[in-house]
Design a protein around this ligand. Structure first.
Ligand SMILES: Cc1cc2nc3c(=O)[nH]c(=O)nc-3n(C[C@H](O)[C@H](O)[C@H](O)COP(=O)(O)OP(=O)(O)OC[C@H]3O[C@@H](n4cnc5c(N)ncnc54)[C@H](O)[C@@H]3O)c2cc1C
Length: 441
């Protein structure tokens, strides 16, 4: 009997546990270890950051659902991975042995990269984050404090140098503006700034997709937001962001200080300590190095998926940026590694499948939305489409309900989802991708 341990029960880890158990059946043991007892649907955090979602709506206890699927769940943080001896040490000093380890620990948030940044800086007016439900709740409180004050100060939203997850920054900006409009409070806010490390609006860490630069620039202009690109934000003080704008060669051209009453600046990501500390497993930022089969070249019984893996930036940018890892792309990594672990248990090489890394993303803008399909995420792309319309708003709400229901039911990819995507020419595994049409001789 093989024991597969999955570390981290987020967007990648929980489906990985379900898919692994379904693939391996009762003959093998699957254990899921995660620092919190709950699953949170991270894509809804921009809504939580303005109070459009409560914690109860987007968070649920994991154990009842994994128990029904005969998956052992341990709600403890892992503090050490002994990859030579296949042992995890947890926060209470207990240990777990594994035959295979799947690392899906997501990002650690590198607030310290910009002195003074982050919700725990101690400043009265700090820069916030919406990366976790705890942070989104704190951001909502700060947003309301500014709004409810006698003279609200400017709002600054954006992304720090080295950030990779730009989509939620735009999404949050446009949701905040819609929220202000709904409250009839837009005129109370003297200025709104979008301050980003991207080289142009709509770059999104992936050199743009379809018309993303034109569409997002238009939204920002129409809503009276001051957009600032190539911003190398250097420090934060109470209610002040200090940034340097650079030119395309990366040379400083302008110093800017943004005063704010409320700010949400997405931080750069890095790997979590327990993973980053494993000798030879990670790149210098602590992201797990994997081959195209999601497997560690150094430790062949370790596989990894999600935000915690190392992928190169799509292109060099004047201020460093990273490439985002989006939900469907993560699910494709998960499906590939589950197949590979199963085949390795069965005596094969464990390198049979590759994920497609297709990216499909929906961003809500309040009552409309923008979505993109990048197949694959990295250029050259087979499909490169970016569109907008009220349908995206409804599609995002439907997706939230669907994904949460799927995670509670304990299914990673129901057959109808697979069928629908296949009909659209989209699949999780490279081996399922539509083959190019060959002319007969
Ligand atoms: C605000 C926001 C909105 C996003 N919206 C979208 C979207 O709309 N569409 C889309 O495609 N993508 C979106 N993404 C990108 C991506 O899909 C998410 O970041 C996704 O949650 C990443 O999944 P993950 O499994 O890699 O990490 P996570 O979902 O963050 O899961 C990591 C898990 O590991 C646990 N963990 C970490 N360290 C340890 C440890 N030492 N021991 C035990 N457990 C540990 C964490 O507690 C967590 O449960 C968004 C990202 C953000 C930040």
């Amino acid at each position: 009997m093989a024991h597969v341990v999955i570390l981290g029960a987020g967007t990648g880890g929980l489906p990985a546990a379900y898919e692994m158990k379904e693939m391996l059946g009762p003959a093998h043991q699957v254990t899921l270890v995660s620092e919190n007892p709950y699953f949170q649907f991270v894509p809804s955090n921009p809504w939580a950051g303005v109070g459009w979602r409560s914690r109860e709506e987007i968070v649920f206890e994991i154990e009842p659902h994994t128990k029904r699927k005969h998956i052992d769940f341990i709600a403890k943080r892992c503090d050490k991975i002994d990859a030579e001896n296949n042992v995890l040490t947890l926060s209470d000093d207990s240990t777990i042995d594994y035959d295979y380890l799947v690392i899906t620990t997501g990002p650690a948030l590198a607030f310290e990269a910009v002195p003074g940044a982050g919700p725990f800086s101690g400043f009265n007016k700090a820069t916030h984050s919406i990366c976790t439900i705890d942070h989104a709740e704190k951001a909502h409180e700060a947003y309301m404090n500014n709004l409810d004050s006698d003279n609200p100060d400017p709002i600054v939203i954006g992304a720090m140098p080295g950030a990779s997850c730009f989509g939620p920054a735009y999404e949050y900006l446009l949701i905040v503006l819609k929220d202000l409009e709904k409250r009839g409070a837009r005129s109370k806010i003297p200025e709104v700034h979008f301050v980003t490390s991207e080289p142009y609006l709509g770059h999104l860490g992936i050199a743009g997709v379809g018309d993303s630069p034109a569409i997002l620039s238009r939204h920002i202009k129409e809503l009276g937001v001051h957009g600032h690109v190539n911003m190398n934000t250097q420090k934060v003080e109470d209610g002040k962001i200090f940034s340097q704008q650079v030119n395309e060669k990366g040379e400083p051209v302008k110093e800017e200080t943004f005063d704010f009453g409320f700010s949400m600046m997405l931080p750069a990501f890095k790997g979590v300590d327990a993973v980053a500390n494993v000798e030879g497993l990670c790149n210098p930022k602590g992201f797990v190095i994997v081959d195209e089969h999601q497997r560690s070249p150094k430790y062949p019984n370790i596989y990894s998926a999600g935000v915690c893996i190392a992928i190169p930036p799509v292109e060099a940018t004047p201020v460093p940026t990273g490439a985002p890892k989006t939900g469907y792309m993560i699910e494709s990594m998960v499906t590939a590694l589950v197949h590979n672990i199963k085949s390795n248990i069965e005596g094969k090489e464990g390198k049979e499948e590759m994920g497609t890394w297709n990216a499909i993303c929906l961003a809500d803008l309040g009552d409309t939305g923008v979505g993109f399909v990048a197949l694959p995420q990295f250029k050259p792309r087979r499909i490169d489409w970016y569109g907008e319309g009220p349908w995206v708003h409804w599609a995002k709400i439907a997706f939230e309900k669907y994904f949460m229901a799927k995670m509670k039911a304990g299914v990673s990819e129901p057959f109808y989802e697979k069928l629908l995507f296949q009909m659209l020419g989209i699949s999780r595994l490279k081996s399922d991708e539509p083959k190019p049409f060959k002319k007969s001789a």
